[in-house]
Design a protein around this ligand. Structure first.
Ligand code: FE2
Length: 231
């Protein structure tokens, strides 16, 4: 089953769609690609709002979408949580896990690796019993050296998400496939934000993975994706 773990389709939540009609169109594209379950993971920026405020906005966004057209897709609610200093002390952080799972999508900040980032991640694991899913790891290779990357990749219980569009460029495709072949717990996701510049591309990525990987490797990836969403 094709599922989508990381996406920004809820209207007016973040830098995803402004209008609910576009949100509905994004779901239709996923449906055409054969995707059966989509996790909504709007950006959550801890210093901007408390968790309960975010959750209210997220519910309202879903209601706004449902008011435009029927939601013909199984949707799991989550968030893409920016790692900031003090994140592991955030009240009710567990409510941002995807659906009923223990997986929480975390976004490392866009600057060089710092020790406190690991401390926050381990704090989240221990305090809340959550499993970190680290968003678009391929983006950080320009800031992280091999040692930094190795430390992130050694976080026990973590899963590493790569954006599908990394498979469409040779340099990042190599990085992504090396992680998979190296046996790291990797998943791929669209991180879609709209219908044109950052569209749902789950099927196209799956085709590349099916053609480039051994059958067992590809099946393991598919199963990991499904497991994350409790399929
Ligand atoms: Fe994202």
């Amino acid at each position: 089953m094709l599922v989508e773990l990381h996406s920004h389709f809820l209207p007016q939540m973040d830098d995803g769609p402004e209008h609910a009609a576009v949100s509905i169109e994004m779901l239709a594209i996923w449906r055409m690609q054969g995707v059966e379950k989509v996790a909504a993971t709007p950006h959550y920026i801890p210093h901007r709002e408390p968790v309960n405020h975010f959750l209210t906005r997220r519910s309202e966004a879903l209601v706004a979408m449902a008011g435009v057209a029927p939601l013909e897709m199984e949707i799991l609610l989550g968030a893409e949580v920016l790692i900031e200093k003090g994140l592991s002390e955030t009240e009710d952080l567990q409510l941002l896990a995807i659906g009923n799972s223990k997986h929480i999508l975390l976004e490392l900040p866009y600057f060089p690796f710092k020790e406190w980032m690991l401390e926050e991640i381990y704090g989240i694991i221990h305090r809340f019993g959550l499993n970190p899913l680290l968003a678009h790891l391929e983006r950080y290779t320009k800031w992280y050296n091999d040692t930094d990357l190795a430390r992130v990749l050694s976080i026990r219980g973590a899963t590493f998400q790569i954006n599908n569009d990394a498979l469409f460029k040779m340099s990042t495709r190599r990085f992504a496939l090396e992680l998979v072949r190296g046996g790291f717990p990797v998943v791929f996701a669209s991180d879609a934000h709209n219908t044109d510049t950052r569209p749902p591309n789950t099927k196209a990525a799956d085709k590349i993975l099916a053609s480039k990987l051994k059958t067992a490797e590809w099946q393991a990836l598919t199963e990991r994706n499904e497991d994350m969403l409790g399929v």
